[in-house]
Design a protein around this ligand. Structure first.
Ligand SMILES: Nc1ncnc2c1ncn2[C@@H]1O[C@H](COP(=O)(O)OP(=O)(O)O)[C@@H](O)[C@H]1O
Ligand SMILES: [Mg+2]
Length: 231
């Protein structure tokens, strides 16, 4: 099971005409891999993640998840594929301020039988060191805790793909390392991670490294990385 982006092009309309952001991007996220994408602010990392996650239609190209071409599906089917297969983590956490930790983790289960997902939500909270915080709202949490809630939420429905947009961008070194450890565990358990990051330390956890520049993905791996990938 992989997520396959093929020949993705995307441009946005700016004040003086169309601005090309992604130019023929092809990328395969295999199970067990962490692909890190670095690039200057505005280089298109978020745009690429949104397209990969079925949230933004590319101008050209395809995104395949297993046998499904995401953008060839009707919106409802695309949303269902996304909900079942893809988790998102963002720099800004996107927690719902009026819900406590338990309910924030359970948000992706709102359309399902939430009772069935409660044990998993509690297990994730335990794993991410949040058990003592279940009844707190995000405002009462540290930034590291908020990001761990966001991660737990992303993992609630056991996605095969995790899209992480600068997930360590607001964290100190220690909390950033915790998040990266969890992403690594997810990949080692057979998940695939697409990580947009400024953070050179975060990129060291990746199995594949890329740089997005002027719409093109450049491989940043040294020629001999395969020995490290199995570690
Ligand atoms: N909805 C939009 N409409 C117009 N321009 C956009 C839109 N979204 C992003 N852009 C532009 O596309 C470029 C890439 O943005 P983004 O993907 O957010 O980059 P990054 O995440 O690498 O900082 C930027 O120039 C940004 O201004
Ligand atoms: Mg961005």
């Amino acid at each position: 099971m992989t997520l396959l982006l093929h020949a993705i092009c995307k441009r946005f309309n700016g004040p003086s005409g169309a601005i090309p952001v992604l130019d023929q991007i092809t990328l395969e996220l295999q199970a067990g891999s962490i692909h890190a994408i670095r690039g200057a602010s505005g280089s298109g990392k978020t745009t690429l993640l949104l397209i990969a996650g079925g949230l933004l239609r590319p101008d050209q190209g395809t995104v395949r998840m297993g046998d499904d071409d995401l953008y060839a599906q009707r919106p409802a089917r695309r949303a269902a594929l996304r909900a079942a297969g893809i988790g998102f983590v963002f720099q800004q956490f996107h927690l719902l301020p009026y819900l406590n930790v338990r309910d924030n983790i359970l948000v992706p289960g709102l359309t399902m039988d939430a009772a069935a997902l409660r044990p998993r939500a509690l297990a994730l909270a335990e794993r991410f060191g949040l058990s003592h915080r279940l009844d707190h709202r995000p405002a009462a949490l540290s930034t590291g805790e908020r990001q761990r809630v966001a991660l737990a939420r992303a993992l609630l429905r056991q996605p095969r793909v995790l899209l992480a947009d600068e997930p360590t961008g607001n964290l100190d070194q220690e909390n950033a390392a915790v998040v990266m450890t969890h992403l690594t565990e997810f990949a080692q358990a057979g998940g695939a991670v697409l990580l947009a990051t400024h953070d050179p330390r975060a990129a060291t956890h990746a199995t594949r490294r890329w740089r997005l520049e002027r719409g093109i993905l450049h491989c940043d791996d040294a020629p001999v990385t395969s020995a490290k990938e199995s570690s």
